[in-house]
Design a protein around this ligand. Structure first.
Ligand code: NAD
Length: 479
């Protein structure tokens, strides 16, 4: 690949390892975002119909916050850490040094084409790597803004943007990288992992899945807030084209009518009614995904479950926020990740059944539960597996730099955000400093039964007793 050797050479010079280089790049990224805000807004509007407020909330603001956080903590993250050592190893000193991995490859995703490309880059820069970024070709205007602006602000010998589709992605994957960070579908995730296996390259896979939300709210005021948060979390960020968006909702049968009525009112207030009058909501990214989502609604047996929405504007790739109650569980809308503005609601006799329902499916990236029931919360935490759990809100865990972000099982592996991003792109080197002053003969042949017992004791006894023994043993055996 053109330019890759240059990036590798830059890494070898050690230029990217110093805190000055890392901080300068992060500050330059902040300048890029501030000075090109209008262009980015325009590109997000063009690719996804994303409103400027949503664009700032979910893209520009998120990345600026992450860069500020990294700048604030970089020195502390880079500092060598002391590691306590067992007395058995004394006298000695243990250290953990973080070092950059080398030259890394980052694949962005189209639904948050700025933040899902630049947020991992912040981790790669903070850790001192050189980087190739491949923004998603499915958000071409944003890809082009990144391609044009990044070389104007960041070190071109260390950070390169490569535009293109799957053909280019395949070529990139033929190269040897020190890390591949991928955000996208489980299908492409598998391709990435097999390509990485050839060079034994470590990967972080940020994939998707069906994120459930459990609804168990009774007081009138909490109910109102929960409904707003569900509507904002489901249809707000990129019209449901979000990996941690609520995919389906679980609720007790007796509450479903009240819930659906409140959701409808809230949708109308936020986004308007009818597909032609939709506002403040993104469009579907392209015809392929539009047809995919429409296909879920048109699948036989599903139409009867629609209680709100279900209209499509093919010309403008708009889909009305749509609520379905109890669609068939074997229909695509309940077996595949929706990644669009449909919300199936599944009713249960008892809300506790939601745990079994979730566990019968692939491990989600996120689980949401709107509840004050501490026993239920505890059961969700103890009895389910997922990348994250958020109680009484949706989506906002994404902006929390102090919590790790990542999936489990089908929703991927590895984690990032804040210090976790730094760690994802770093190697923790174990360093043991010993001196020559103390020698334990039992480590060396010739073997005898005394040494066997001594070594057995060395591992079995607690460290303090061992130290006493060691000291005694050495006094007797030293020539
Ligand atoms: P995708 O995963 O199919 O494509 C993403 C990238 O893969 C693109 O850059 C593309 O160039 C590349 N690609 C496509 N085919 C390839 C091939 N054959 N070889 C190599 N590279 C190839 O994109 P999608 O399915 O439209 O994205 C949606 C998915 O992404 C959803 O599953 C969603 O949940 C997931 N996602 C996850 C996160 C997260 O943070 N976990 C965030 C956003 C989206």
């Amino acid at each position: 690949m053109e330019g890759l050797e240059k990036l590798k050479r830059t890494f070898q010079t050690g230029r990217t390892r110093g805190i000055d280089w890392r901080s300068a790049q992060l500050r330059a990224l902040l300048r890029l975002l501030s000075q090109n805000e209008a262009q980015i807004f325009e590109a997000l509007e063009k690719d996804l119909g994303k409103h400027a407020v949503e664009a700032y909330r979910d893209e520009i603001g998120v990345v600026k916050k992450s860069a500020d956080h990294a700048l604030l903590h970089l020195k502390e993250w880079m500092a060598p850490k002391k590691s306590p050592l067992p007395l058995l190893l004394q006298p000695a000193r243990g250290q953990i040094l973080t070092e950059p991995l080398g030259t890394v490859l980052i694949f962005g995703c189209w639904n948050f084409p700025i933040s899902l490309t630049l947020d991992p880059l912040i981790g790669a820069i903070s850790a001192g790597n050189t980087t190739v970024l491949k923004p998603s070709e499915l958000a071409p205007a944003c890809s082009s803004v990144l391609f044009r602006t990044i070389p104007l602000y960041l070190d071109t010998e260390a950070i390169k943007v490569v535009e293109g589709g799957s053909d280019i992605a395949e070529k990139l994957l033929e190269q040897q990288w020190d890390k591949i960070f991928f955000t996208g579908s489980p299908r492409v995730g598998r391709i990435i992992m097999s390509a990485a296996a050839k060079h034994l390259t470590p990967v972080t896979l940020e994939l998707g899945g069906k994120c459930p939300a459990i609804f168990d709210v009774f007081s009138a005021s909490d109910f109102k807030v929960a409904v707003k948060r569900i509507v904002g979390g489901k249809w707000g960020p990129c019209a449901g084209q979000a990996c941690i968006g609520i995919d389906y909702l679980l609720v007790e049968q007796k509450h479903v009518t009240q819930l659906v009525d409140s959701l409808k009112l809230c949708i109308q207030r936020f986004y308007g009614d009818g597909v032609e009058k939709l506002q403040n909501i993104c469009r579907i990214v392209n015809r392929h995904h539009f047809d995919r989502v429409r296909g879920m609604v048109e699948e036989s047996g599903v139409a009867a479950s629609i209680v709100y929405g279900g209209s499509f504007d093919e010309e403008n790739l708009m889909i009305q926020p749509t609520i379905l109650v109890n669609p068939p569980l074997d229909a695509q809308v309940m077996t595949d990740e929706i990644f669009g503005p449909l919300l199936p609601i599944i009713t249960l006799d008892k809300i506790e059944e939601s745990i079994e329902f979730i566990n019968a499916r692939a491990k989600p990236l996120a689980i949401y539960a709107f509840t004050k029931n501490e026993k239920l919360k505890d059961r969700i935490l103890q009895e389910t597996s997922s990348g994250s759990v958020t109680f009484n809100d949706a989506m906002i865990q994404f902006i929390c730099d102090t919590l790790p972000f990542g999936g489990m099982g089908q929703s991927g592996f590895g984690r990032y955000h804040g210090k976790y991003s730094f760690d994802t792109f770093s190697h923790e080197k174990a360093v043991l400093h010993r001196n020559f002053g103390f020698e334990l003969k039992a480590r060396y042949p010739p073997w005898n039964s005394f040494k066997l017992e001594f070594i057995r004791l060395a591992y079995d006894l607690n460290y303090l007793a061992l130290l006493l023994l060691l000291l005694g043993f050495n006094r007797h055996r030293q020539p």
